[in-house]
Design a protein around this ligand. Structure first.
Ligand code: HEM
Length: 419
């Protein structure tokens, strides 16, 4: 493989696993030398500078979120066994994330209420209660695998309660989320794809049953909102409901888990910033920390768009119907927008200019929820734990190779309890 620091720019290979794991230097080179770069392997156009990513996200007419030939199956594979599994389930339909206006706005409106400020305010005590319960489970050991023991279960528990799924089913929910992520990663071997297809099928049947229950007896949860929604008098069908629920699950859990976990890793690596927080754990300071963690971690690193016309940018013509990546993580590291961007700095004055939640009409549905979970979760963590470090003998944690999501595969954490 070419050395990313020195290779000619056209050899940089942005979809190579090593570059997905560690994209920072590659992103800098792309921003500096090829802000619009067509990857010769995948054909995808990579848009890497902050101002271009923002412009792209705001221009949804030119940069559509509907993919051409998007598969009608939830798992995109020509393997006969996978097709046979998926045929026992429901087709893949485009809703919020994968849809354009006006339909995209309509789908979103159905679930907006669940993410309204008033509803989220009510959740604050529950977020702190769950955070405390999770810490109780490992507090005495003085160590945990932070991603597994806190990062994943916090957002999963909260969203399960909002969707209307019994807490006993959390392990299943987790397995299904992982199947969707594995499927998205495009890094699975055949056995992995078949296993993901089986899990996604199970997810579909489970949620169709839950939707039927809510049809008979609606409550205030997201399942009821989805099932009671209709477009032009026609109620949403099961496939539309499943699409919305899978987006809420997948877009919400993995991302928030990744940012919570990277937040602790960033504190370990930046003791000066940790010290600022130790001196001041006011809600305002924690909120600044959360925003800088979001900028720095940018777990939703790239998102697809399709051009609806020829576009010329920085001298490169992107033909109509090309697939592009809006590179939110690269935008958040752009020196032209964030001074000394590679530095983790919770005292930045323009913290909130990050685009970790995207921009424009697709701006994250769950942004306020994710912020509440992170602010509440870190508040409880800083009240109870300190002196974060890697467990003795543990190697540095690593990021997983995924074209759309960036996050650590785990964090073997040691800490002291605050007595
Ligand atoms: C740190 C946590 C999160 C990050 C970094 C994140 C990031 C993003 C980004 C970048 C987008 C825009 C995608 C695009 O422009 O194509 C997005 C959209 C979305 N997010 Fe999040 N997200 C997070 C948490 C959540 C949560 C907690 C939920 C739900 C419970 C959620 C649900 C969604 C949905 C449904 C969309 C699609 C909205 C639409 O297209 O109208 N996300 N998110």
């Amino acid at each position: 493989m070419s050395d990313v620091a020195t290779c000619p720019i056209h050899e940089i290979g942005p979809m190579m696993p090593a570059n997905l794991v560690s994209p920072w230097l590659m992103n800098k080179r792309l921003r500096d030398e090829a802000p619009v770069f067509q990857d010769p392997m995948s054909g995808i156009f990579f848009i890497s500078r902050y101002e271009d990513v923002v412009a792209m996200a705001l221009d949804h007419e030119t940069f559509s979120s509907v993919m051409p030939g998007a598969t009608t199956r939830a798992v995109n594979s020509e393997d006969d066994e996978v097709i046979a599994i998926m045929e026992q389930g429901y087709p893949n339909v485009a809703t919020m994330l994968t849809q354009d206006p006006p339909l995209q706005r309509r789908y979103r409106k159905f679930v907006d209420k669940a993410f309204s400020p008033a509803n989220l305010k009510k959740l604050e005590p529950y977020i702190e209660q769950v955070s405390n319960e999770l810490i109780d489970r490992f507090a005495d050991r003085g160590e945990c695998e932070f991603l597994n023991d806190f990062g994943v279960p916090l957002p999963l528990t909260i969203i399960a309660s909002q969707i209307g799924v019994p807490l006993d089913d959390l392990p299943k929910l987790r397995r299904w989320t992982e199947a969707f992520i594995g499927n998205l990663s495009q890094q699975l071997d055949r056995d992995g794809i078949i296993a993901a297809a089986k899990d996604i099928l199970e997810f579909q049947h489970y949620f169709v049953e839950r939707m039927e229950e809510r049809r008979a007896e609606p409550t205030e949860d997201i399942l009821s909102m989805v099932i009671n929604a209709s477009i032009d008098g026609k109620p949403l069908d099961n496939a539309e409901g499943l699409s919305m629920l899978s987006q809420i699950l997948v877009a919400g859990n993995e991302t928030t888990a990744a940012s919570l976990t990277e937040g602790i890793w960033l504190l370990i690596n930046n003791p000066d910033q940790y010290e600022i927080l130790r001196q001041d754990t006011s809600p305002e300071r924690i909120s600044d920390f959360v925003e800088e963690v979001l900028r720095y971690s940018s777990p939703s690193s790239n998102m697809f768009r399709r051009t609806t016309r020829d576009v010329t940018l920085h001298g490169v013509t992107i033909p109509e119907n090309s697939i592009c990546f809006a590179r939110f993580a690269s935008a958040n590291q752009d020196e032209a927008q964030f001074e000394d961007a590679a530095r983790f700095d919770i005292t930045r004055t323009n913290l909130k200019e990050h685009v970790a939640f995207g921009k424009g009409i697709h701006h994250c549905l769950g942004a306020a929820l994710a912020r509440r979970e992170m602010n509440g979760g870190f508040k409880v963590i800083f009240e109870r734990m300190e002196n974060f470090r890697l467990q003795e003998g543990a190697a540095d944690p690593e990021f997983s190779p995924n074209a759309l999501l960036h996050g650590l595969t785990g964090l073997p954490l040691a800490f002291d309890l605050i007595r």
